[in-house]
Design a protein around this ligand. Structure first.
Ligand SMILES: Cc1cc2nc3c(=O)[nH]c(=O)nc-3n(C[C@H](O)[C@H](O)[C@H](O)COP(=O)(O)OP(=O)(O)OC[C@H]3O[C@@H](n4cnc5c(N)ncnc54)[C@H](O)[C@@H]3O)c2cc1C
Length: 458
């Protein structure tokens, strides 16, 4: 049976950085795109009450591992980028190249589309400055991180950015979704995609739930961008059983120091960092809203410390974890930290304590562990080829799930580049082969000849 006629050139499932970029790029080129997003599209208010239902719903946006690591993801237009810390780590171009994926051009292109720069000195809060200066004094190679922030819209000492920025200062993927919609894309919210419709080994559309009813929609191309957890679940239900295994989730913890000279606990978090690439550890300042700190303190029974906000400097330790684990069929995360992962966290915590003590901390304590960036669940070279195509024709994946290996650093810039590259590939497939397109077609042919290891198994 042939799939019914459709108004759309492409369906994009999920509107985080991966999906939003593909949707934007295709829409800017006149393609008709349908974006299906599980979450809502209410304006960001920058409050705890806004964040709670989009990030902290157990089993949906808050997933807890058997070792009680809480992993959060944003279920809303823009995905986790609405609540992220807007730290822009330069993509690992060579790592991608070693898998046959060259994103060097896209790394530069994204710089023109998205604000990327370290914070101006007057936007650096007390905590980040103390972290940066003390780490430098101790001989660490500390630097200001790049931020995805429109700094002219920013307020110094703003405590709300992790609740989503109501002033439009923090770039998030909604900016790209809005551009896509302005250029003709259709966004349907509260649309939870269940599976891809496959006919004769080709994707022809998706089935989704909206208003408690099932719907089917068709398009010549389908791009799954439901994030590191969401995408493998959809793909499994569509016949790709090998997805959702052996992934990373970038575990992290906070070490807190009480420092009497500090007079403000408010600042934009992750403004400075120290990176130990060999050890797979990154360390940053991490001031957070007071209520979040209270919750984190209570998690480790630090009741007295929960009242101390202005004089506390939290430092975040994030590590590159070993690949492992599996997702259950309900999307729960089954992954334990390895002995090496725990050693990395301990080593990072020792560095943080050293900095806090040098900065004058009279008391330090360690918080519980979290995980932040689930990915590698639909890896390049295993379940998708170098053009992010699955073993089914017309079915692509573009989000953190395609990361080919563990990296240990915040991945948004990399995901944006993959989105741009995929859109270029899809557009090139449509054009008659002119000189320029022949060149692209040749490089794509080489790419797509690479084997998809797990496809055979799934
Ligand atoms: C607290 C926090 C801080 C972070 N800080 C940083 C940072 O500073 N820098 C950085 O680079 N990264 C950071 N990250 C990570 C970054 O936000 C994510 O890596 C990035 O958003 C992943 O993009 P994505 O497109 O893969 O998926 P997501 O952002 O997860 O988007 C997936 C989208 O798909 C939707 N979806 C899921 N399932 C379905 C379905 N079945 N049907 C329809 N839609 C569906 C979701 O609602 C969501 O909108 C942070 C993450 C968190 C949680």
């Amino acid at each position: 049976m042939n799939a019914p006629k459709t108004d759309f050139d492409a369906i994009v499932v999920g509107s985080g950085p991966g999906g939003a970029t593909v949707a934007r790029e295709l829409s800017l080129q006149g393609k008709k795109v349908l974006i299906l997003e599980w979450g809502d599209n209410k304006p960001v208010t920058g409050s705890f009450t806004y964040t709670l239902p989009r990030v902290f719903v157990p089993g949906k946006s808050l997933l807890i591992t058997q070792e009680m690591l809480g992993m959060i993801r944003g279920i809303t237009t823009g995905g986790s980028s609405v609540f992220y810390c807007a730290c822009a780590f330069e993509p690992p171009v060579d790592m991608f190249k070693s898998y046959g994926v060259d994103i060097s051009a896209e790394v530069e292109e994204i710089k023109k589309d998205v604000p990327i720069a370290p914070l101006a000195d007057d936007l650096m809060g007390q905590g980040p400055n103390l972290f940066l200066n003390t780490a430098t004094d101790l001989g660490y190679d500390a630097w200001k991180t790049n931020k995805f922030i429109y700094q002219d819209r920013c307020r110094p000492d703003c405590p709300v950015s992790v609740y989503g920025c109501p002033y439009g200062a923090k770039w998030n993927a909604r900016v790209f979704v809005d551009e896509a919609v302005k250029h003709g894309a259709k966004l349907i919210n509260h649309a939870k995609v269940e599976r891809v419709l496959i006919e004769h080994k080709k994707a022809v559309g998706v089935e989704y739930k909206h208003d408690k009813k099932k719907h089917q929609v068709y398009a010549p191309k389908t791009i799954i961008a439901a994030g590191g957890i969401g995408s493998p679940l959809i793909l499994r239900k569509s016949g790709m059983q090998g997805t959702g295994y052996d992934f990373f989730f970038d575990p992290l913890l906070f070490v807190y120091g009480k420092i009497k000279t500090l007079t403000s606990g408010k600042s934009i978090p992750m403004s400075a960092c120290v990176h130990f690439p060999e050890d797979g550890i990154v360390m940053t300042d991490f001031n957070m809203p007071h209520l979040v700190k209270v919750l984190f303190d209570l998690e480790v029974f630090k009741v007295k410390q929960a009242f101390s906000y202005k004089n506390t400097l939290p430092i975040m330790i994030k590590i590159r974890d070993d690949l492992g684990g599996s997702l259950t069929k309900h999307g729960l995360v089954n992954k334990r930290l390895s002995r090496e992962d725990r050693m990395r966290l301990d080593k990072g915590a020792d560095h943080a304590r050293r900095i806090l003590e040098k900065a004058g901390a009279t008391e330090t304590y360690r918080g519980w562990m979290f995980a932040a960036h689930p990915g590698g669940t639909v890896k390049i070279g295993e379940q998708v080829d170098t053009n992010l195509k699955t073993r089914f024709d017309n079915l692509y994946v573009c989000d953190c799930s395609v990361m080919p290996q563990e990296w240990g650093l915040p991945p948004t810039w990399s995901i944006l580049c993959l989105g741009k590259r995929l859109a270029k590939h899809l557009l090139a497939l449509e054009k008659p082969a002119g000189r320029e397109n022949i060149a692209l077609a040749v490089s794509n042919t080489n790419d797509s000849e690479k084997p998809i290891k797990a496809a055979a198994a799934s």
